[in-house]
Design a protein around this ligand. Structure first.
Ligand code: ADP
Length: 450
């Protein structure tokens, strides 16, 4: 089912837009708060200065009625006795209720000065009260009506909203543009995957580009190996088939002398047997490959004694060795590992088979198993023809042979050691090869600390 994926551009733009919106709201709230604080602080400071001046003048003049001279628009002056009786009120001549309960008066009596603010009788205004106790004990209170900060915002609201809308529209356009700038180079990376590492626009994408590059190299390499393998397989199969076909044709046309027919039949049989071995090996390699790479059809791991494997291998190769005039010996002690018995038998057979085939009549092949420094090992050594130094690194490659004709003549497929390598890898074992031309070869498989 096709998955609908989000657009990277849209996602980033949307997030940028929300970040912008959030910042806008936060900045506006902060500005309102700061402005509100500054506004109130200014009103209080003005009122206090005014009150100090009126108090100084009143103390000097000493007359309640003189207070009316200081009244200006929006400013009220009240003189209150310490018991709360209103002695003078600039706003009215009528009797006023006792003012002792007012917070600013109580504070002035207690601390010498006090202040408080309350909603004004005029809508959208607030009254700020500042009271100061005079030397005689009376309290002088100044009240100032100031426009409520919120009502100032009310007036400015349409302009503010318009500005916000404009900023939001701008942020939509900007975030879209920024995203395009951000995403374009990433999209451009895919244009040439061969040189992707040279066109990485951001440091964070380096591992991504590296992974793609490695993957491509791996694929390329696998493709080359596959092509090489197919070419090798075709070639290996073609040779025995040509030979079988040739002998069969001679017999078919009656061109073969009756006395040659048994030898032709034997040759056809030998080539066909070689092909069967080859096909078996060819079929086995991909199976081992997939086991190793994907864990497909996992090998059956169980406790296996390598000494037992070596011994049964010797038993099976006895006849083979006898035909080639080779002495087979088996030594060593028990070495139990967790492994796949069938695979380990195959590994041992392949090594032993080579040790016999690349040997000389009268030669010796020794199979041994045991433990060395906590590692179990299986070793096959011979005193045969040996492997030249320059070929030692390549003998585990598929279809590599030091001497092609010798390998073919003895029924080799060129895949024996490749299979050994795979089986060792599946068992996380490592192979050591020591060989000298004319002296012999020793191949040891170490199975790690058990
Ligand atoms: P083959 O089927 O040809 O034996 P292998 O993969 O088993 O293929 O071995 C690869 C090549 O390594 C052989 O063709 C041979 O030249 C060389 N080789 C392997 N084992 C020995 C050995 N014990 N002594 C000398 N040469 C060996």
């Amino acid at each position: 089912m096709k998955q609908t994926r989000q657009s990277m551009e849209e996602t980033i733009s949307l997030r940028l837009f929300f970040i912008g919106l959030f910042s806008l709201v936060l900045t506006a709230a902060l500005c309102i708060f700061v402005f509100h604080k500054a506004f109130s602080a200014q009103v209080w400071a003005d009122l206090r200065t005014e009150c100090d001046e009126v108090a100084a003048a009143y103390t000097y003049l000493g007359e309640d009625t003189q207070l009316s001279h200081f009244v200006k628009s929006g400013l009220r002056i009240t003189l209150i006795s310490p018991d709360g009786t209103v002695l003078y009120e600039s706003a009215t001549t009528q009797d006023m209720e006792n003012h002792l309960s007012r917070p600013e008066i109580q504070q002035a009596i207690a601390d010498g000065s006090g202040r408080s603010d309350r909603d004004s009788s005029t809508m959208g205004y607030r009254t700020y009260y500042y009271a100061k106790q005079l030397a005689g004990g009376n309290i002088l209170r100044l009240a100032q009506d100031a426009q409520d900060t919120w009502s100032i915002y009310d007036e400015a609201l349409p302009a503010v909203l318009l500005c916000c809308l404009a900023i939001m529209a701008l942020s939509v356009v900007l975030s879209w543009f920024l995203c395009r700038q951000l995403v374009r180079p990433i999209l451009a990376m895919t244009k040439n995957l061969d040189t992707i590492q040279e066109h990485v626009p951001y440091r964070e994408l380096m591992p991504f580009a590296d992974a793609i590059h490695t993957d491509r190299l791996l694929r390329q390499n696998n493709e080359n190996l596959r092509q090489e393998f197919t070419a090798n397989v075709s070639h290996e199969l073609k040779t025995p088939l040509t030979s079988i076909s040739g002998y069969a044709e001679l017999i078919e046309n009656g061109m073969a002398k009756p006395e040659d027919i048994p030898s032709f039949g034997q040759k056809i049989h030998a080539e066909a047997s070689r092909m069967i071995t080859l096909v078996n090996d060819i079929l086995q390699l991909p199976q081992l490959d997939s086991m190793q790479q994907t864990g497909d059809r996992a090998p059956v791991f169980e406790p296996v004694d390598l000494a037992e494997i070596a011994h049964s291998c010797m038993e099976q190769q006895k006849l083979n060795a006898k035909r080639a005039y080779i002495t087979l010996v088996c030594e060593g002690g028990p070495a139990v590992i967790e492994g796949d018995r069938q695979m380990l038998e195959e590994l041992c057979q392949n090594l032993c088979d080579n040790a016999i085939r690349y040997n000389r009549p009268g030669g010796k092949v020794k199979l041994s198993a045991g433990k060395e420094k906590g590692s179990a090992f299986l070793q096959v050594s011979d005193d045969g023809i040996g492997i030249p130094k320059e070929a030692q690194g390549r003998v585990f490659e598929r279809f590599y042979r030091v001497d092609k004709s010798h390998s073919k003549a003895t029924g080799g497929t060129g895949l024996g050691l490749a299979i050994v390598k795979h089986i060792a890898m599946i068992h996380k074992a490592h192979i050591s090869l020591e060989s000298q031309v004319g002296t012999g070869t020793t191949i040891t498989v170490f199975f790690g600390a058990q």
